[in-house]
Design a protein around this ligand. Structure first.
Ligand SMILES: [Zn+2]
Length: 120
């Protein structure tokens, strides 16, 4: 379980933990949509099990966004006088936008790991 989480965050194949899933690492925040390998370069494990498989990853993406918004809210709140300051929303918006590529990658990695034993 612990290794799974480590492999997940290091962008490694859930089957052999050697090949990479995204061509750029998880923390490489380049512009444009992240490029994925279709199959593991090492063991040929198929990442996209069926067309539209990653549709479900959008829900993971959404959950990640909500979690991050909450975290930012709790970090930023002490810096404002009022407990609920509307100026906090642009900060949350910009941070989520900055993290969006990271979130897309992480949500797909999580999705792949959730279903890694599902079909063979
Ligand atoms: Zn592999």
């Amino acid at each position: 379980m612990k290794n799974n989480i480590l492999n997940l965050f290091s962008n490694k194949c859930p089957n052999c933990s050697k090949g990479t899933i995204f061509k750029n690492g998880l923390l490489n925040l380049g512009f444009g949509f992240p490029q994925m390998h279709k199959n593991c370069p090492n063991c040929n494990f198929k990442f996209e099990k069926e067309p539209g498989f990653f549709f479900g990853a959008m829900f993971v993406n959404y959950a990640l966004g909500c979690a991050e918004a909450l975290i930012i809210y709790f970090i930023a709140t002490p810096f404002f006088d009022k407990t609920f300051d509307l100026r906090i929303f642009p900060i949350i918006g910009v941070t989520i936008l900055t993290l969006s590529i990271f979130n897309i990658k992480l949500s797909r990695l999580i999705w792949i790991y959730i279903f890694k034993n599902y079909s063979k």
